[in-house]
Design a protein around this ligand. Structure first.
Ligand code: GLN
Ligand code: ZN
Length: 761
């Protein structure tokens, strides 16, 4: 076949933090005042140039432009259309204002709070939540955006500008209720149209417009808004590719297929019947099939994909476009930088750059025939076989074990009331007991010791001595403050998942597997490639040492199975449910060892519990069933007088409260300050039966809370939770704070608890 038949290939977005996180370092240096804005802008240009070069090297026909951001593309969209809360006193679309939205600013000596952050759908990317105001006019301020486009077009004339769609933008905003947000759709779509007209003038032909909300359960009013909104967006000469991802269109397929746009992108990793979608599409429209999983780090099964695509290609011919399922923002940049991983793993990884090559191979396979890519297909298949044959992922005993976990009762031996009595007899806690969430400030010395140990510069003994000294100091400090349930401080942990992954079989750690989390922050999730086993206890030394120093209870501190699962890149040959049970089984053994060592309180953190929720409500029950089951399997071997705590943050509980209650933790601590304790309403309405520790101050801010502030929050909590089941604690762990903030904050918290305690008695 000839080149005329070449398929269009494209990506919805690309990692923007740059090779070895150059943009991160540049941003942070700029924020510290160590480097001028010009340097930062230069690095941004270099990163964007590299993105275009990467696409060109892999023969991807339409690279994205405008997906880049110096902080967050949702905040950039808000700036593009002037939707900036008035407290910032400026809506100008400048870099400075973008940073203010993300980091807050000072105006006349007062702190102006940044926008809130929220996870982007069910991903681990945090976007800045735009705050809308009813009377704020929509004003297009596109210079920065158009500069990006101009810059890209001089290098790649086929570059495709990317925009977050108006309805998704409004849906993910706050500040106004649903009708209030929707009321902005008309003005907003006119501003989009104006922008498209300007893009047309630059010579752009295709524009990508992201409307991921089409994969959600949308209220009727929002569904109805699509038609008129997209009619208003029409600009002659500009073709729109409407993209959806992370889920299938389900009932929204007719709507999406019928909108006045020129192409539709669907996520083929979550859409089962591609032909059914092709059938719905008017025959002038392009179907972009997101065939390579944009959130997976594993090589694609090219052979299977080609088989799947063949009939779609036969039907659509060059109206078929190929792409990854979603923006590649959600995977790291380049797997060839992973020089330290064992070869069997390394050759099975596919990060963003590798996915570009896979995409190109698929396009060639379809147009030139399988033979043209036979070599690469064979390589892919044999790499995969090597991985699948590793003994470390084929343990039949563990398969049988997870089958049992999936069916047996996960309950603890006795119900909460009996356990509570046994625990009270053991701990004799006062009313309104005080505690913290686990970590204490990670000082420079702690980090230095961990690093030195990791680099073999100090012996295990020296390291242990360092950590024990730290634990002793943390215990002493907590006793001096007067807390009731202590923690060992988590000095030995760099990260709450990595710490466990490093000690469990089945995990691997990358050097360059960084993914943007928010702003300049990146995470490096471990890879779960094999069966998970716990060769030896992971936390018992630290916890028992801490407990040996004090008569007060010290909480053992573990990360829960659901959180370990969701904050890792997970193998794709087993269900998440099964992997989660494997983790639970390992944690169960740890809890048994902790209990045997005399640790009477054990906290199993599950901050990612809600994150695992599928996008559509109909899929929730299945997830919640196994997630609850995994947590319970981990903890249910604990004797009744061992008090199980759990902790969740950045969560809403209303719609999952029954599952939270089903976890049956003896105590749950949650982040509640920013909602001014409103999150407790779900617990009150449900008549949540176990103990709750609502956070009474925000640990993300450096400000030290005053006693009246704390007292007001505790009083709000007391109106919703009976005093007998109320704990008092901060919102979350304290590792990002310093002691000068922590000591007075906790001292104030304890003073309030003591005062209210004697009032209540
Ligand atoms: N125990 C952890 C800590 O205190 C909990 C962190 C979290 O909720 N993300 O740091
Ligand atoms: Zn937390």
């Amino acid at each position: 076949m000839t080149h005329a038949n070449a398929l269009t290939t494209h990506t919805l977005g690309f990692p923007r933090i740059g090779e070895r996180r150059v943009l991160k370092w540049a941003l942070e240096s700029h924020w510290r005042g160590d480097s001028p804005k010009e340097t930062l802008l230069d690095i941004g240009r270099t990163v964007r140039r590299q993105v275009l070069d990467d696409h060109a090297a892999a023969h991807i026909t339409r690279p994205p432009v405008g997906d880049f951001s110096f902080y967050d593309h949702v905040a950039d969209t808000a700036l593009l259309f002037g939707q900036i809360p008035s407290r910032f006193q400026s809506t100008a679309n400048t870099l400075e204002n973008l940073f203010s939205l993300g980091r807050g600013r000072q105006i006349d000596g007062r702190n102006v709070a940044p926008l809130a952050m929220k996870k982007w759908l069910n991903s681990n990317y945090h976007y800045l939540v735009p705050e809308l105001e009813a009377d704020q006019p929509v004003v297009l301020d596109a210079a920065r955006y158009l500069d990006l486009v101009r810059e890209a077009l001089t290098i790649t004339p086929d570059a495709k500008p990317v925009l977050l769609g108006p309805l998704s933008f409004l849906w993910f905003s706050r500040g106004l209720d649903e009708p209030g947000r929707l009321a902005k759709a008309e003005a907003l779509s006119l501003a989009y149209q104006q922008l498209l007209t300007e893009l047309k003038a630059l010579g752009v032909s295709w524009v990508q417009i992201d409307e991921p909300i089409l994969t959600l359960d949308l209220p009727l009013a929002w569904l109805k808004a699509f038609e008129p909104t997209y009619h208003r967006l029409k600009v002659p000469g500009i073709k729109l590719l409407l993209t959806t991802y992370f889920g299938d269109l389900n009932g929204n397929i007719a709507l999406a297929a019928g909108l006045p746009v020129d192409g539709l992108h669907i996520d083929a990793t979550t859409t089962s019947d591609l032909i059914a979608v092709a059938d719905r599409l008017p025959d002038y429209k392009v179907l972009s099939v997101g065939i390579i999983d944009g959130r997976s780090i594993w090589r694609a099964d090219l052979g299977a994909i080609l088989t799947r695509l063949a009939p779609v290609h036969a039907r659509l011919q060059d109206r078929l476009w190929l792409a990854p399922s979603c923006s590649l923002l959600h995977v790291p940049l380049d797997a060839t930088l992973e020089t330290r991983l064992p070869p069997f793993l390394r050759k099975n990884l596919s990060y963003a750059r590798q996915k570009l090559n896979e995409l190109n191979l698929l396009a060639r396979g379809l147009t030139e025939g399988w033979d043209a890519i036979a070599l690469e297909l064979n390589q892919a298949a044999s790499a995969r076989t090597e991985l699948d044959n590793r003994l470390g992922r084929r343990d039949p005993q563990l398969r049988r074990k997870t089958d049992i976990i999936a069916t047996q009762s996960p309950d603890r031996a006795e119900p909460f009331t009996q356990r509570a009595a046994a625990q009270q007899a053991r701990f004799n806690l006062p009313l309104l007991p005080t505690t913290t969430i686990g970590s204490f400030p990670q000082t420079h010395e702690i980090r230095a010791a961990r690093k030195a140990f990791k680099n073999n510069e100090i012996t295990a003994d020296t390291y242990e001595t360092h950590m024990k000294a730290e634990i002793a100091q943390v215990i002493k400090a907590q006793e001096a403050i007067g807390l009731d349930a202590l923690v060992h401080g988590e000095a030995e942990r760099n990260d709450m998942v990595e710490y466990f992954g490093e000690q469990l079989d089945g995990f691997a750690f990358t050097q360059e597997g960084w993914v943007q989390s928010y702003g300049s922050r990146c995470v490096k999730p471990p890879i779960i490639w094999g069966d998970i086993r716990r060769p030896r206890p992971m936390t018992v030394t630290w916890s028992s040492y801490a407990q040996s120093l004090t008569p007060l209870p010290v909480k053992g501190m573990l990360t829960g199975p659901v959180t370990i699962l969701f904050w890792s890149f997970v193998r794709d040959d087993l269900s998440r449910e099964d992997v989660c049970y494997q983790i639970a089984e390992a944690l169960r053994a740890e809890i048994s060892d902790l209990a045997a060592a005399g640790i009477g309180m054990i906290q199993v953190d599950e901050p990612a519990f809600r994150e695992g929720l599928p996008l559509r409500q109909k899929d929730w029950p299945a997830y919640l069933t196994w997630a609850v089951r995994a947590f319970k399997h981990a903890v249910s071997g604990a004797p009744s007088d061992v008090q199980i705590h759990t902790h969740m943050c950045y969560s809403e509980f209303n719609d999952i409260i029954a599952s939270i209650a089903a976890l049956d933790a003896d105590v749950i601590t949650i982040e509640t300050t920013r909602s001014n304790m409103q999150l407790l309403d779900a617990f009150a309405e449900f008549a949540y039966p176990n103990a709750i520790g609502p956070g009474i101050y925000d640990i993300h801010a450096p400000q030290i809370p005053t006693e009246p502030e704390i007292e007001a929050r505790v009083r709000l909590a007391l109106a919703k939770v009976p005093a007998s089941r109320l704990w008092i604690n901060p919102d979350c762990g304290l590792k990002t704070r310093n002691w000068a903030e922590v000591t007075p904050s906790l001292t104030a918290m304890v003073a309030v608890a003591r005062r209210l305690r004697s009032d209540l008695d």
